[in-house]
Design a protein around this ligand. Structure first.
Ligand SMILES: NC(=O)C1=CN([C@@H]2O[C@H](COP(=O)(O)OP(=O)(O)OC[C@H]3O[C@@H](n4cnc5c(N)ncnc54)[C@H](O)[C@@H]3O)[C@@H](O)[C@H]2O)C=CC1
Ligand SMILES: O=C(O)[C@H]1O[C@H](OP(=O)(O)OP(=O)(O)OC[C@H]2O[C@@H](n3ccc(=O)[nH]c3=O)[C@H](O)[C@@H]2O)[C@H](O)[C@@H](O)[C@@H]1O
Length: 447
């Protein structure tokens, strides 16, 4: 099949590459000419494990192309994916200007005798497929063309996680397709058939249900995390160990082991914006989604849950203190720093007169572009420790899990660690003589 993917960010590039990998010819369109030039020349623009190899192979096989020209990009395609940003608008609802902007452009480019399926891959509020449909028809009408019947708009939300995006895309738990068109249903079923050979379902439904499925899934996962973060807070107050509670709770199949890890809050480009957008959508129909308001409130405070512990340890005065920070990305195996809890920690520390030297295996360039020399950057995790009064851990990169503690001891000024991801066993690290504080495992309680 010939496919166009409009928007070549995390989702667009993975989508385009993976569809090329199953033999389709894919053209990715992006307005960012720097990005398009790099990709055309074989330079990958995001860090995503396993992606580069597939990207280079399909580029070489001439199945993957990049352009800034929307008209040229969609000309031969029978399927057009929209993988465009849907950032929060001023009021927290999803801003559809990118999606509807491209939809209007498509209205002037589609032909009456060349049927195409337009797919919302972006996370969009309920009713967006109808809006995209109307925007295409309207701009065509202005140009004197009646496109009725020449296209269908389908909702096909994406559930991939950054860091494991290729695996998630190639072997999805499920594929959700919202469409009321039999023609589009057949095309989408054929397109996804190679990805569900192990029997994972392709679930067909109406457009609105598909749109809501995406928000409900992300919001449920965010709820699990905030719930466990509250359990962790309670553990600290009651003298329990959240890691034990997590294992005890997660062993029940009805609850499941995944997404129960407490920490310094959920970040990333999706959970924060999607939970907020679903609350907003609910408000628009006069429904008060009470649980989600609490989920957001817990997450806001959780991002700085370590901060009072740090301040308390330094007797309320952080002025002139210097911290080593391990981890900047919002989670491991990505260079994405959108809504990263580490950035909130940096703001809080520097606002109190402290200085920070950070190390992250992949995200330092993105942080430099955002906050520049507000902090300093180390070339490896141990160099970050030089002269620091304490180590703070914000992201659970694998290489932080079993570090060389002798090196830490010999480089840090004080044997003090504040761990936002519960990487170390409390008793073991105390035996090494560290003052160690983490989440949901109060030092005064766990012996
Ligand atoms: N990042 C993730 O892990 C996931 C994201 N999503 C959703 O997918 C959508 C896209 O997210 P990301 O890929 O993370 O965004 P992104 O910001 O990484 O990429 C968006 C791309 O669209 C391009 N773009 C903007 N306007 C354009 C236009 N008029 N024409 C062509 N290209 C244009 C940008 O230059 C950028 O390259 C969002 O709705 C997001 O919520 C869904 C599942 C996972
Ligand atoms: O819509 C999206 O963009 C995507 O959002 C999330 O994927 P992602 O944001 O890449 O990362 P997650 O692994 O879900 O982690 C999100 C945040 O939750 C935090 N988290 C996750 C799991 C956990 O147990 N505890 C926890 O604090 C992570 O540290 C991270 O900050 C969803 O998992 C994907 O299914 C979805 O497609």
């Amino acid at each position: 099949m010939k496919i166009a993917v409009v928007g070549t960010g995390y989702v667009g590039l993975v989508t385009g590459t993976c569809f090329a990998e199953t033999g389709n010819t894919v053209t990715c369109v992006d307005i960012d000419s720097t990005k398009v030039n790099k990709l055309t020349n074989g330079e990958i623009t995001i860090y995503e494990p396993g992606l580069e190899k597939l990207f280079l192979r399909n580029l070489k096989e001439d199945r993957l192309h990049f352009t800034t020209d929307l008209a040229a990009g969609i000309k031969d395609a029978s399927i057009i994916f929209l993988a465009l940003p849907t950032p929060p608008g001023e009021d927290g609802s999803a801003d559809l200007k990118y999606i509807l902007g491209v939809a209007s452009q498509l209205g002037t480019l589609l032909k009456t005798d060349d049927y195409k399926v337009i797919i919302d891959k972006s996370t969009v509020p309920v009713g967006t497929a109808e809006k995209v449909n109307a925007a295409i028809l309207e701009s065509a009408k202005k140009a004197g063309v009646n496109l009725t019947g020449a296209f269908d708009v389908v909702s096909n939300p994406e559930f991939l996680r950054e860091g494991v995006a290729v695996d998630d895309f190639m072997k999805p738990d499920r594929v959700v397709i919202g469409t009321s068109s039999e023609k589009a249903k057949k095309l989408m079923g054929d397109l996804y058939a190679p990805f569900v050979r192990q029997g994972n379902p392709v679930i067909f439904m109406d457009e609105r249900s598909a749109e809501l499925t995406k928000y409900a899934a992300n919001s449920f996962l965010a709820t699990k995390i905030s719930f466990m973060n509250e359990v962790a807070r309670l553990c600290e107050l009651l003298g329990a160990d959240v890691d034990m509670v997590r294992r005890g709770v997660g062993s029940d199949d009805r609850i499941g082991k995944r997404f129960l890890f407490p920490g310094i809050g959920y970040g990333g480009s999706c959970f924060p914006k999607d939970v907020q957008a679903l609350v907003k959508s609910s408000n628009e129909v006069k429904y008060d989604f009470k649980i989600l308001n609490a989920v957001m409130e817990v997450n806001e405070t959780q991002k700085l849950h370590l901060f009072p512990k740090i301040k308390n340890y330094f007797k309320g005065d952080l002025k002139g203190k210097h911290f080593a920070l391990w981890g900047l990305a919002f989670k491991p195996n990505t260079d994405d720093i959108r809504e990263a809890p580490a950035l909130y920690m940096i703001d809080a520390l520097t606002a109190e007169g402290a200085t920070v030297t950070a190390f992250d295996p992949e995200a330092m360039n993105n942080v430099k572009k955002t906050i520049g020399d507000k902090i300093t950057y180390a070339e490896n995790q141990y160099a970050a420790l030089q002269g620091a009064d304490a180590l703070i851990i914000a992201t659970e990169w694998n290489e932080f899990r079993t570090p060389d503690f002798l090196k830490i001891v010999s480089t840090l000024k004080n044997k003090t660690i504040f761990d936002g991801r519960n990487l170390f066993e409390v008793s073991a690290i105390r035996e090494l003589g560290f003052h160690y504080e983490s989440i949901g495992r109060a030092p005064s309680i766990i012996k």
